[in-house]
Structure formats: C-alpha cells, structure tokens
Design a protein around this ligand. Sequence first.
Ligand code: TYM
Length: 329
Amino acid sequence: MDKKIVYSGIQPSGTLTIGNYIGALRNFPTLQEEYNCIYCIVDMHAVTAPQEPKVLRQHTLDILALYLAVGIDPEKSILYIQSHVPQHVELAWLLNTITGVGQLQRMTQFKDKSQRSNEILAGILNYPVLMASDILLYQTDLVPVGDDQKQHIELTRDLAQRFNSRYSETFKIPDMMAPKVGARIMSLQDPEKKMSKSDEDVNAFISMVDDDATIRRKVKRAVTDSEGVIRYSDSQKAIKNLIDIYASFSGKNPEEIVKAYDGQGYGILKEELAEVIIQGMGPIRDDFLEIRKDKEYLEKVYREGAEKASYFANKTLRKVYRKMGFIPR
Ligand code: TYM
C-alpha cells in the first residue's frame, strides 16, 4: 500500500519561535521516513496581515532554510512556496462557494484578529478556507500542527465532507496530529497568551535563531509565579509553560522535571532550562546560518518542490472542476 500523506505549512510572518519548533516543525523531519511529506511556506496566508515586501521575501527564504536546517530532506519530502502553486487559490475560491460566513466568523483566530483592528479584511475571514484548500489539494491523511490550528482542521474536514456528499467522493478527510507535550507553548511574558512570532514584545518569545546570550536573557526575564514552588499545575501557568519547554527539549517528562527540582528555586530551573534550549537550538541555528547563504541551492529546492507539488495539486483540482460541471480546457 502507498505511504500516507502528511501535509503542513508555516507562515513567513516573522522569525520562527521555539513554539513553532516544538508544536510543529521539529516533528516534520521525523515523519519523512514513514510518510510522504509535503511542507509548504504559506506566503499567501502571511499577506492577510500587512507585510513589508522586502521582509516578506527574506522571511520566506528563511523558513525554507529552517526547514532544511531541522533535517527535512528535499529528496524525500516536497518543500515549496504556496504562491508558486496557484491551484491553492483556485480551489480556495471553489471551497468558498460551499462555506458559510457564520462558520468563518465563529473561528477564534478570526475573532481575536478582527478585535485587534479597526477594519476587518476579507482575507482574514477567508484565511481558513485557503488553509483547507492547501490540505485537501494533496489528499492529505495527517496534518502535524500545534493546538491553535484545531478549529481550522475541523473546518477542513467539514468542507471536505460537505463537498463529497454534494458532488461524490473527491477529498480524503484529514486528521490532525499534535505533540503530547508542547502543542501550545505560551508567551514568556504572559502565560495566558500563546507564544507568537508576531508578538511586539521580543521578550515574549525565543526565536529559533536567537544567539545563546539572548536565550539566557529571555529565559531569565520570563515571568514566574508568586508561589515560589515548582509544580506542574494549571494554577501555575508560567512555571507549567517553562516545564513544558524543558520537557520538549530534554525528552524528560514533566513529572521527572518537577521531581528533579523539588525544593529548589526558580533561578536554578531557569538557568538549566536556558542551557537545555541552547543545546537543542544551537546546532539548528548554526546550520540555518550556513544554508541561508546559499541562494542558488534554496532556489533549486523551491523550484523543484513547486514542480512536484503542482503535479498532485493539478490532479485533485481537475477532478474538482469536472465534478462541479466546468468544461475542461
Ligand atoms: P503558523 O505559521 O502560525 O505556525 C506554524 C506552526 O506552529 C504551530 N505553533 C505553535 N505550536 C505550539 N505552541 C505555540 N505557541 C505555537 N505557535 C504556532 C502552529 O500550530 C503551526 O503548526 N494556519 C497555519 C499555517 C497553515 C497550515 C496550512 C498549517 C496554512 N495552511 C496547512 C497546516 C496545513 C498557521 O498560521 O501557522
């Protein structure tokens, strides 16, 4: 039997954080032996927020370099840039014709984002439909993402089922795949908020390319709790978050970590946490800095990736057009 298909994407809307790494990216290379993996840089999603053109270009190439630095092999997996495969936008349009506006308005990410701006842009509302089209174009079985994408995956499943029941079996129904620990890493400055690459406060996140001194400084400045004890509990969200990060990088489980620091203060936990992060991120950051210099190689990877992705995208899109009653070209 053919290998199952894994699909995921990351927005080039900033420098990736250790939240992106723990929640999604670090699982990508480990899946490539068992599955056919397709990993995308979703630039069309990124422009739903204002982007400086020069910065968008840099972030797009940097995400590609990070994909390679974490060990995704372009001989095994497909790596490409979303805007290079225009079938995504075509399918998104078609899926919009079966999507309720109410359903999009109920998405938590839409509510959050629209509350923060004076004018609600149509692109933000339609964002999840484009994401559904990314996933459905490739007949995806599994989508490795962090917890914040759960609602989007549910919408994707819903749209696939709706299309299938209206026009007959066309799309595979995908499942979400989230890590056991670290599916939602929180801000280091406000444990009620998720860690985000677009946070205005740079102390709220650790970037995947921060140098060692910056990592130590940001961990040191992370907010803690008033109780002064190390416990893994929802009543101590800040410490719980630090333990989650520790667990993800060290491979230890949260209980072991709590036991190891029993009776000790936050200072020592933070000091050692910073070292564990540096050990995990350092080699990736160093590889990234080398790979990003090789513009020719990056171009080769994204061109070949787009060619391979287009083949699969076309196959699904042709089927969709035919089923809906469009005249083939
Ligand atoms: P994006 O670019 O915001 O984030 C990329 C991945 O990182 C995960 N993530 C986190 N995980 C744990 N803790 C956090 N604080 C954290 N912040 C982000 C996200 O869950 C995601 O897996 N809509 C998507 C991009 C997308 C996509 C797709 C994903 C577009 N099309 C198709 C999968 C399949 C997004 O905004 O991710």
